[in-house]
Design a protein around this ligand. Structure first.
Ligand code: ATP
Ligand code: MG
Length: 280
């Protein structure tokens, strides 16, 4: 007979991971050797950290890699109130009694998915340490409440994203967390490439895409002068969609770039003037 706390007494439900499979290739335009580096890390199941500013392609890259490797992708958006149980799982009351529910990380570990912890630095450090035994040579996830150590499936891999620019020292990752990961740096692509991405993703023509990329360059020059970041590739795509859908270029840029990026009237004026110089 299993003891009250042994895994057999509380069988975990076997989840259907088919919902996490990516059937259609997500469009991803490589910028450097990121695909080769990720594939090499995957071959050794090394954990990977994607570093870079908002809207530069990190999430799209993970989706593309999950598709390329034929693995399901389980994504968790980290936040301040996230607990280790939110990742690992918990006992819940049900008509059949107390039933254990694997959390998203445990599902990925047991069944061999890629687990993407987005903006990991938002989580408290005591939450983050649950990934430590998983991301060193042990590759195990201890579930204390279940009295179980889950050995990672051969196809499990952990990916985290991290934006070094926005964090305060208090929120930075522990050194012992950082040093477990292979890191891949992301940034906004070179103008020709970014125009190609905007054209493709926004359904914009080549001329419109080029103008939007030039606007992005102007806004990125204002980094540190009132703007934390310039316009992201994501913003350019939004502006491109509005403009390709019939909104005037000026109105599209105002709605998709200028207004969302700053609440400061002076910075908005400076940005508006810089952008006006780029418009045809
Ligand atoms: N290299 C690329 N290939 C294809 N699409 C890209 C690429 N880079 C950016 N994009 C486009 O930009 C959009 C924003 O990228 P994504 O959502 O991946 O950003 P992110 O880096 O994850 O941002 P955040 O840190 O805010 O989550 C994508 O939806 C995609 O349309
Ligand atoms: Mg993202």
């Amino acid at each position: 007979m299993p003891s009250a706390t042994s895994p057999a007494a509380f069988p975990s439900r076997v989840p259907d991971l088919s919902a996490y499979r990516i059937a259609v290739e997500p469009y991803y335009r490589p910028v450097g050797d990121e695909i080769a580096v990720f594939e090499a890390a995957w071959r050794h199941r090394l954990p990977v950290m994607l570093k870079g500013p908002t809207g530069c392609g990190k999430t799209r890259f993970v989706e593309h890699m999950a598709w390329r490797l034929g693995r399901p992708l389980i994504t968790v958006a980290a936040h301040e109130d996230m607990t280790a149980a939110d990742l690992a799982g918990r006992f819940l009351l049900s008509p059949e009694g107390t039933v254990w529910h694997d959390g998203p990380l445990t599902q990925a570990v047991r069944h061999g998915a890629l687990c993407y912890l987005d903006e990991i630095v938002e989580a408290r450090q005591d939450t983050t340490v649950v990934i430590h035994p998983l991301t060193d040579a042990r590759r195990i996830l201890p579930l204390e409440k279940r009295n179980e150590q889950v050995a990672a499936h051969d196809d499990f891999q952990l990916v985290i994203s991290y934006n070094p620019g926005y964090q305060s020292a208090v929120k930075d990752l522990k050194e012992s967390t950082k040093q477990r990961f292979i890191a891949i740096a992301f940034d906004y692509p070179a103008p020709e490439l970014e125009a190609e991405i905007v054209r493709r993703e926004a359904g914009a023509d080549a001329a419109l895409a080029r103008i939007l990329v030039a606007i992005a360059a102007c806004s990125r020059n204002l980094r540190g002068q009132g703007l934390d970041e310039g316009a992201s590739t994501r913003m350019l795509i939004h502006a491109g969609r509005l403009a390709a859908g019939g909104v005037s270029l000026e109105a599209a840029v105002e709605a998709a770039i200028v207004l969302p990026i700053t609440d400061d009237a002076d910075v908005r004026r400076a940005l508006g003037a810089a952008i006006a110089a780029c418009l045809p």
